[in-house]
Design a binder for this molecule. Structure first.
Ligand code: MSP
Length: 515
């Protein structure tokens, strides 16, 4: 069975979960669910990024220890993801023992390879970014371009990762892996960063205590980005189990950790466009230094904007996804996030947009189709489903919908995938309107049309389940089908003719009452 290891960024615990975080996590969840339908062995990871100066500052301001502070926030993420029906297989917190062990191992490997060296850093630092900047990277008045707030001057002894040594190796690697970063224009951004020249980056701080100690020099703690990036390997066992076996070329150090690591690695990373440098430049260089295989893919998303600005705590335009769920339902919200914007580009979040998508695609298309079908079957077929015809005019639409849906998910383009699935819904509604079975007398003519429509709905339930899992299960059950729609396997489950007929069809409440 082929494996599919997918990660989201791990979120800073300095903000509570908001729509920006939910956006990436929902996309990850839908991809994970799609690949489970394909029968792949999926491991979907998300988590929280809990070290660094910013966390320490927040904890100080709240009069708490850093540990108490992160222990309060991290569960809010876990709860939010449960509420949004996120099917992550693991949740990593960077304050966990397994993570600390793995970070120490990764640092040690890069140090042993000669790629980490002691030096003095003098310069300007944005605490909010956890990043050093040169003068030309700042706005006038020494303001951080992202946070529009003053940077701080730091001068201290740091360990440096010799990123400059990896420029050519990274270019060579990307040249032989041209599709590793999607969409393509985001890949070009990453290459531009590398071609622009790479500066060594500091991987330790002595002024900070809230972090993971450098294994060979405990005065220093690891820079938060080095620490954070490592989550993708520490979560699957890298470095867990204690004693270093030194010299394994791929995985963890305990046999259990190594087996798990070897099973899942390399990963596919979902990231936002703001963290391309860390993920597409620093991270592969760190892995090269440590002798670890590079990721299979980086899928880079744009920002979800609210009133034209990145939705973030700092800009004060945060929408709490959980508030929206009360209005629109979990699946209504998930569907909007997946269908509304083109992954890779920025998208604008508006409440009006949310309602309009809900009404058009969910209430009028999917919801209406199910309710029409169930009503006609009830009235004209005694509530028992007819079987589909092998030569149905809808069979070709179903085949085309499957192909395009699969292509959309494969390209990490959820909006395209869903549009393709919804084409089948639209085609089925049009088919019903053309045949008007509600006007005909019961008999073989009505049965033929309704059997086809039921079969189309069965296929829709499977194809839509990564986006709207709870709704798909309801559709499945209303069609009289048993078991869990998520246990279906593609492509077999999308093949025309799978609906047996002869099942009781339930009318039930409207799936998506109009708003
Ligand atoms: N902790 C780091 C990531 C470390 S990964 C090894 C971090 N955390 S974050 O919480 O600030 O953001 C994580 C991701 O969420 C980023 O990729 C960011 O782009 C994404 N989003 C945060 N706000 C967002 C929007 N408004 N829209 C879309 N994505 C957003 O960076």
């Amino acid at each position: 069975m082929s494996t599919y290891y997918l990660t989201t960024p791990i979120y800073y615990v300095t903000a509570k979960p908001h729509l920006g975080h939910a956006y990436t996590t929902i996309i990850g969840d839908a991809l994970a669910r799609w690949h489970r339908l394909l029968g792949e062995d999926v491991h979907f990871l998300t988590g929280t990024d809990e070290h660094g100066q910013k966390v320490q500052d927040y904890a100080d301001a709240a009069g708490q220890t850093a540990q108490a502070f992160v222990d309060e926030i991290a569960p809010l993420y876990e709860q939010a993801w449960k509420r949004l029906n996120i099917s992550n297989d693991d949740f990593i917190r960077t304050t966990e023992a397994r993570h600390k062990l793995g970070v120490a191992e990764l640092l040690q490997r890069c140090y042993d390879a000669g790629d980490i060296e002691l030096d003095v850093y003098k310069g300007k630092y944005c605490v909010a970014c956890e990043e050093y900047y040169t003068d030309d990277e700042l706005d006038p008045g020494d303001l951080c371009k992202i946070h529009k707030r003053p940077v701080e001057y730091y001068e201290e002894e740091n360990y440096f990762f010799r990123l400059s040594r990896f420029e050519q190796r990274l270019l060579d690697w990307y040249a032989t892996h041209p599709n590793a970063i999607v969409p393509e224009f985001r890949g070009n951004e990453a290459l531009g960063l590398i071609r622009g020249g790479l500066r060594d980056f500091s991987v330790s701080r002595t002024t900070l205590k809230w972090g993971i100690p450098i294994p060979w020099d405990a005065k220093h703690v690891a820079y938060v980005w080095f620490d954070a990036l490592a989550n993708y390997i520490t979560a699957i066992g890298f470095g867990s189990g204690g004693t270093s076996s030194g010299g394994t070329s791929s995985g963890g150090t305990s046999s259990g950790g190594r087996a798990e690591f070897d099973k899942w690695w390399p990963a596919r990373h979902l990231i936002g466009k703001d963290i391309i440098r860390h993920h597409c430049v620093y991270w592969p260089a760190m892995l090269m230094s440590a002798g670890i295989e590079l990721p299979v893919q980086w899928a880079v998303g744009g920002w979800l904007l609210s009133g034209g600005e990145k939705m973030s705590k700092t800009s004060g335009n945060v929408v709490n996804p959980l508030d929206l769920i009360d209005d629109i339902g979990v699946d209504g919200f998930r569907y909007y996030v997946l269908a509304e914007t083109t992954y890779g580009q920025d998208g604008d979040f508006t409440y009006e947009g949310l309602i309009s998508r809900y009404n058009s695609d969910l209430a009028n298309n999917l919801g209406n189709l199910l309710s029409r079908v169930a009503t006609v079957v009830d009235k004209k077929c005694d509530g028992i489903s007819p079987a589909p015809r092998a030569d149905s005019p809808l069979a070709a639409a179903a085949r085309a919908a499957y192909d395009a849906t699969a292509e959309g998910w494969d390209a990490v383009q959820p909006s395209r995938a869903l549009d393709a699935t919804w084409q089948l819904i639209r085609a089925t509604n049009a088919y019903l309107e053309a045949n008007e079975p509600w006007k005909s007398e019961p008999g073989p003519g009505v049965d033929a049309v309704m059997g086809d429509a039921l079969e189309a709905l069965r296929i829709v339930a499977v194809l839509a389940s990564p986006a709207v899992p709870a709704t798909s299960q309801i559709v499945w059950e209303r069609l009289g089908l048993s078991g869990d729609v998520t246990d279906q396997r593609l492509p077999a489950a999308a093949k025309w003719g799978g609906y047996p007929g002869g099942l009781p069809v339930a009318k039930g409440e409207p799936l998506f009452p109009r708003r």
